[in-house]
Design a protein. Structure first.
Length: 614
């Protein structure tokens, strides 16, 4: 069927995930389903172990859609448990034992979970729930198939809590129907009989849906990474040791692996990445190094079950940005303005998604569900629903979608609307930049400023400031002035969170190093010293030299007015509004102040500042 939105929407009978795994186990009971640290679990063992635990869960009262908290380390036992919860008719809610206890408890309270599965090692890290089953105690010998007649494709299969970018994490309820739409005969990936998938993301992250269930419904091997977030060398060794052929990496981890562990990707047949704006340079490097490798940029919010669109390298879209491609099977998309009207081709709009992948809604939050999940605007889908992603996109000339970033990440800089991802992309094109992140800092006066962070790897620390200054000058040549960051901070690495995404919340927010080309000259008397302190507080720059130009330090007219008020109050003088335009350095302003005060205040300061700082 062809919808008026121009997206092919095949008619498919949706099925339950555990039934497909059970059918695969019946076909190849002796094939290896899971490998982990030298251990293996066959499909037959997976199915019988899941049946045994499912009987216990049914006996404890688990029925269609009941939320079951799962508190296990990543292991074959975890895969058995997830399968068992589905067989019993429950919806699994994964709780990472490594997370803060209060975070786990808060999620359990919000989910109102009444059941939990734990192990002897994790039972003391399990929030209070009415019924707790310990994995080691569930052996009953009942391995026959479980009968759960109330379980249908629309029954919830799992609950995944969002990362809470708005400060309010919500439980996304995903049905079997939505997972089946992801797994059923996908056109965006071809699973081969000898493939090995690596499960490395946090199981509470929705990409794990693809990592776990895609191999298991296709009868290939699922390799599990050890618990915790390994360093790059360990990840590279694991990929090689397990002979991983299909690999998913978040954008941040993809950039790191290409920069530092490119050799470890030699055996990968299909590499998928996504979660943020990808660097075209990194994609080009991995493609040039391994021409045999299939590369896919996969985009999708948690609320639309892992992937919404996919772009595979070589299928068009080879431009200055990496596209997010076209909707995957069973998915519809619409690019709409604020009034929910389609925008013209090439115009920027917000992405709305529909189809069978759309989640049931937010757990126990009908108001939030009604706000973000609305009736589909496509008349060809009566009764269908759409989800508002909050992401900005546009259709390109070759028919693919270009991802421009989050609408809620846009900031106002001097009256201009700025998308930080535009700056990040430009920084990633610069030699020596391994990763980049940009965000807004707000000064004490409420002034919003764009600050960029770049990972510079092994660059000596004494060269960081000079490198940052050079980068800023390069950006002035390619970007409008309002997109040039107020400061660029060099770091050896940019931190990632537990989901493998850039952890912007831990990036430093203190005063930034000066990013001006002239040499630093320290204050020479008390007047210059006090002016330097006032400038440093207003500009959020440390240190400020007496020959640094106010406007080179990203000063502007509004900030100049506020700074002059502070100077006049400190020195009890009157200064014209154009003072900083006429005397934009501390040395010049100090000389003017001395004349007004009527006497020379130039008493030498103690030699406490290094005059060679840059």
């Amino acid at each position: 069927m062809e919808s008026p939105m121009g997206i092919e929407e095949p008619t498919t009978t949706r099925r339950c995930v555990h039934d497909m795994v059970a059918e695969q186990a019946a076909r190849t009971p002796d094939a290896v389903a899971v490998s982990y640290r030298g251990r293996t679990l066959t499909y037959g063992e997976l199915d019988s172990g899941a049946n045994e635990l499912a009987h216990r869960l049914r006996g404890a009262g688990v029925r269609g859609g009941a939320v079951v908290a799962v508190v296990l380390e990543r292991s074959p036992e975890l895969i058995i448990t997830l399968t068992a919860v589905l067989k019993a008719g429950g919806a699994y809610l994964y709780l990472d034992p490594a997370e803060l206890a209060e975070q786990r408890a808060r999620i359990v309270r919000d989910a109102r979970a009444r059941f939990a599965v734990v192990t002897a090692d994790t039972q003391d890290r399990t929030p209070d729930v009415p019924t707790v089953l310990r994995y080691e105690d569930v052996r009953t010998g009942r391995v026959e198939p479980v009968h759960a007649p109330e379980v249908v494709p629309d029954t919830p299969a799992y609950v995944c809590y969002t990362s809470g970018s708005t400060g309010d994490p919500k439980g996304v309820v995903v049905s079997h129907r939505a997972i089946h739409r992801l797994l059923d005969d996908p056109s965006w990936i071809s699973v081969q009989d000898d493939d090995v998938f690596l499960q490395m993301t946090r199981v509470g992250f929705d990409v794990s849906t693809f990592e776990i269930w895609m191999p298991l419904v296709n009868g290939v091997r699922l390799a599990l990474a050890p618990p915790g977030f390994a360093d790059l060398a360990e990840i590279g060794e694991l990929i090689c040791a397990e002979k991983v052929s299909v690999l998913w990496l978040t954008t941040g981890l993809f950039h790191k692996m290409v920069s530092h562990q490119l050799d470890s990707l030699a055996g990968v047949r299909h590499l998928l990445a996504g979660g943020d704006v990808l660097s075209p340079a990194h994609v080009a490097l991995v493609r040039a190094t391994y021409p045999h490798l299939v590369f896919t940029n996969g985009y999708g919010p948690t609320e639309n079950t892992t992937f919404t669109t996919c772009w595979t390298a070589g299928t068009g879209g080879d431009g200055p940005r990496v596209p997010i491609g076209v909707p995957i099977d069973g998915t519809t998309v619409a690019v709409l303005d604020d009034a929910m009207r389609p925008v013209s081709h090439g115009a920027v709009g917000e992405l709305w998604v529909g189809g069978d992948g759309v989640a049931t809604g937010y757990l126990n939050r009908p108001g939030a569900t009604a706000e973000k999940f609305v009736a589909d605007v496509d008349p060809a889908r009566p009764g269908g629903r759409m989800y508002r992603t909050g992401d900005l996109v546009r259709w390109t000339e070759d028919g693919t979608l270009d991802f421009l970033g989050r609408a809620d990440r846009q900031i106002k800089i001097r009256g201009y609307r700025v998308e930080p991802s535009t700056v990040e992309m430009e920084l990633l094109r610069q030699p020596g930049v391994e990763q980049a992140a940009a965000l807004a800092h707000t000064s004490g006066t409420g002034d919003a400023r764009l600050v960029a962070y770049v990972a510079v790897g092994q660059l000596p620390q004494e060269d960081w400031n000079a490198f940052s200054t050079t980068l800023r000058e390069r950006l002035r040549e390619t970007l409008p002035s309002h997109l040039v960051p107020w400061a660029i901070i060099a770091l050896p690495d940019i931190p990632l969170n537990g989901n493998g995404k850039v952890n912007r919340s831990v990036l430093p927010q203190a005063k930034v190093p000066r990013n001006v080309p002239n040499d630093y000259v320290a204050p020479t008397d008390p007047t210059e010293q006090r002016l330097a302190e006032i400038w440093s507080d207003a500009l959020m720059v440390d240190p400020v030299g007496i020959h640094d130009n106010f406007f080179d330090l990203d000063g502007h007219s509004l900030l100049a007015a506020e700074l002059l008020v502070a100077v006049q109050g400190e020195f009890e003088v009157s200064l014209p509004a154009r003072t900083l335009y006429l005397r934009p350095t501390i040395a010049e302003l100090a000389e003017d102040l001395r004349r007004q005060i009527g006497h020379d205040t130039r008493k030498p300061l103690e030699a406490t500042t290094d005059a060679t700082v840059r």
